[in-house]
Design a protein around this ligand. Structure first.
Ligand code: ZN
Length: 81
């Protein structure tokens, strides 16, 4: 069953890869096609140490991996279309 073009709010809980600060963020995945097997990746800056964590998570909000992110980018913002 497809759930495309829905607004999906997911809560991501993870520990910063560098300082191990427990973090949780809520992100909205507007318009993304989130299949059970599809992973979504975002970059999140740790407020504690400032390092950017590169998260991969699935449609249920389960964080699959946390890696260092080498390029500084802001959080992806949902497109307005
Ligand atoms: Zn940190």
């Amino acid at each position: 069953m497809r759930r495309d073009t829905m607004d999906v709010n997911v809560i991501l809980a993870f520990a910063c890869y560098r300082c191990e600060e427990p973090l949780s963020i809520t992100t909205q995945c507007r318009g993304l096609v989130l299949d059970e097997e599809q992973l979504v990746s975002i970059a999140v800056a740790c407020p504690q140490c400032g390092q950017v964590n590169y998260l991969s998570f699935d449609a249920s909000g389960q964080v699959r991996s946390v890696r260092p992110y080498t390029c500084i980018r802001v959080l992806p913002t949902p497109s307005a279309n």
